[in-house]
Design a protein. Structure first.
Length: 399
């Protein structure tokens, strides 16, 4: 059996040998200067059925130490476009074949349509890859549980693209709230875009961003009460439907939900097309004992503060003022490129240190659980508590 030589003994031996054999010194120096092995990365998309969401195809471009070895897309024309843009070493129609042949260490699961995420993420984890996934993470809590368990078993890291959580202005706001910027946090009011997707689609596609921010500021929710309407009446199982960007079963064209958090904090989420003109920008309002903060959701988000003047005979004269407007100057890259780069930096650091990414699979799983709680509460017409006991999709029962 061979035994490794202690590093100090090895260096002393190398120095002695170099004195009598000059070429050894050159060999040692060359080895020390040689670049470390490149990490192999791959991208999974599906043109025409999810495509490549919000720059997730470009995560590995121009990154030192990482080589994009392959891209997979089941659509031939989409695969050609992706290959021309990304210039990987190889291209595949099947992501499973790509994972088996290439064995990448890093994989971007890029399709917007979450109905594919479970199988794609599962295959990547099984091949031994760390995963960066487009949101929504999965279509139900059971799938998220399964993926998180497998990642933990294999000691692999999952990051999900909830970019606003790591935006500089949100990081500054989070810190300032801890220091009492608006006093004690009492209430949060979240709104979807309330556009043509108002209701269930808005809840799943954009509500997940809002729920991720709610948890950032108030911790894990305790319970949920909700009402979901379809054409003016409460939803039933028979109203479940899928949409073009398939993110799992959806229902309703109006959503009103209320969540309770610790320390007496209550939060609401609303998506009603009739409120679009009144509410304006989608986002989250944080109401405290000494003022309020409003996050206008976007990439990058914008934050405004309101210091209450109190009611007077002539009314109120409150004015919203920008908070840290210069927190995120745009670089030469796109807004999404800049936002994604922060998440990837954190993901790679988590891989090297063993910590969880800030935009972790666990945080993303919570957003899915909050969406499902809205449906469970509405269908049962009663408050439901977290964690949900039934981890299946509430709309997937007999219809």
């Amino acid at each position: 059996m061979s035994h490794p030589i202690p590093r100090r003994s090895f260096l002393a031996h190398a120095a002695f040998t170099a004195a009598t054999t000059p070429w050894v010194l050159t060999t040692i120096a060359s080895a020390a200067e040689a670049p470390s092995r490149l990490k192999k990365a791959a991208v999974v998309g599906h043109t025409g059925h999810g495509d490549y969401g919000h720059g997730l195809d470009e995560l590995f471009q121009n990154r030192p130490g990482i080589e994009l070895v392959a891209v997979a897309d089941a659509d031939p024309a989409g695969l050609e476009r992706a290959a021309a843009k990304l210039k990987p070493r190889r291209r595949y129609a099947s992501y499973r074949e790509m994972l088996e042949r290439e064995r990448p260490e890093l994989v971007s699961i890029a399709p917007r349509q979450a109905d594919q995420h479970r199988d794609m993420v599962m295959a990547a984890l099984q091949s031994g890859a760390h995963v960066f996934c487009e949101k929504p993470f999965t279509t139900n809590p059971a799938d998220a549980d399964e993926l998180l368990a497998l990642a933990a078993q294999k000691q692999l890291k999952i990051a999900v693209s909830h970019q606003m959580r790591m935006s500089p202005v949100i990081v500054k706001l989070h810190s300032a709230l801890k220091e009492g910027l608006i006093g004690e946090l009492l209430e949060m009011r979240g709104y979807g875009k309330q556009d043509s997707r108002a209701g269930g689609e808005d809840l799943m596609v954009l509500g997940t961003h809002i729920f991720d921010l709610m948890r950032l500021f108030a911790g894990d929710p305790l319970s949920c009460a909700a009402r979901v309407l379809w054409k003016g009446r409460d939803i039933a199982l028979a109203d479940a439907r899928s949409v073009k960007d398939d993110v799992g079963l959806l229902s309703g064209d109006e959503v009103t939900a209320e969540f309770s958090f610790g320390r007496g904090v209550n939060a609401s989420f609303t998506s009603r097309a009739a409120l679009r003109e009144t509410i304006g920008a989608w986002g989250l309002e944080l109401i405290g004992s000494k003022g309020s903060a409003r996050i206008n959701a976007n990439i990058p988000p914008r934050v405004f503060l309101l210091k209450s003047s109190g009611w007077r005979n002539e009314g109120r004269t409150d004015q919203w003022q920008p908070f840290a407007p210069d927190a995120e100057p745009l670089s030469n890259s796109s807004a999404f490129g800049q936002a994604n780069a922060r998440l990837v930096d954190d993901w790679l650091q988590a891989i090297s240190t063993g910590k969880e990414p800030e935009c972790s699979g666990r945080n993303a799983a919570w957003t899915i659980e909050m969406v499902m709680a809205v449906y469970w509460a509405s269908l049962r017409q009663q408050r439901v508590r977290f964690p949900l006991q039934d981890r299946s999709h509430p709309l997937a029962g007999r219809r």
